[in-house]
Design a protein around this ligand. Structure first.
Ligand code: 13P
Length: 248
């Protein structure tokens, strides 16, 4: 069975003081060898702090976005090589908040995933439908289109990515997809990856969207759910740790 991955997405939250308290509490509660891989994806300015606190521990870290460009005149952007300098193992790409508020296209997301892979960083590629798309019966088509753009760009390296299915209507709303709803979409994504690489079993498929200690175990018990991408609950050490403990 695939080792599960529980990744926190802090989004635009935190401060030096809050991060230190949160990380110390998470580190104190993590077993030396957790049953799952565990990571936090933090705002870029805090990467040095997180690196200093988490180096040599069971807690990996990553960023929440990366530039599609390698280097140069791209004011405000952060390159994959810069993330690597700070020890990032992961970077989230194509989060729905970036697709929605920053106009990121499927092609831009694919280019970001490729930059991450080229720098030796695992991209966590987010896909997911809006409520209107679900109501219109377009869920499968939307997530397949989003993932297809990445497969088209990265080719056989798709075996090195992580995919996070995050239904937009479940993010930050307290409205979780049921385990059956999530599993149905994960099965579609698994089949798509199987068709793209013989190494499909390596690819972890995370669920994200109002995952919390109460619903994590049932979601994580689904055959094609290999972990979680946790927003709000990753800002509270005890909640995050309880989700980690549910990932066996
Ligand atoms: P919430 O867990 O706050 O719903 O956020 C999910 C998410 O967007 C993780 O990337």
């Amino acid at each position: 069975m695939t080792r599960k991955l529980i990744a926190g997405n802090w989004k635009m939250n935190g401060s030096l003081a809050d991060n230190e308290a949160l990380l110390r509490a998470v580190l104190a509660g993590l077993p030396a060898a957790p049953a799952a891989d565990v990571a936090v994806c933090v705002p870029a300015p805090y990467l040095a702090q997180v690196q200093a606190l988490c180096q040599g521990t069971a807690l990996a870290w990553g960023a929440q976005d990366v530039s599609a460009h390698e280097r140069g005149a791209y004011t405000g952007e952060v390159s994959a090589a810069m993330l690597r300098d700070f020890g990032c193992r992961y970077v989230i790409v194509g989060h729905s908040e970036r697709r929605q508020y920053h106009g990121e296209s499927d092609e831009a997301v694919a280019a970001k995933a490729q930059r991450a892979l080229a720098a030796g960083i695992t991209p966590i590629v987010c896909v997911g439908e809006t409520e209107a798309q679900r109501d219109a019966g377009q869920t499968e088509a939307v997530v397949k289109r989003q993932l297809a753009a990445v497969i088209h760009t990265v080719g056989h390296c798709v075996s090195e990515i992580v995919v996070a299915y995050e239904p937009v209507w479940a993010i930050g709303t307290g409205k979780t997809a049921t385990p059956e709803q999530a599993q149905a979409v994960h099965a579609v994504l698994r089949a798509q990856i199987k068709a793209a690489t013989p190494q499909a079993a390596r690819v972890k498929l995370l669920y994200g969207g109002s995952m919390n200690p109460a619903n994590a175990a049932a979601l994580l018990a689904q055959p094609d759910i290999d972990g979680g991408l946790i927003g709000g609950a990753s800002l509270k050490a005890e909640e995050f740790l309880r989700i980690v403990r549910a990932a066996v």
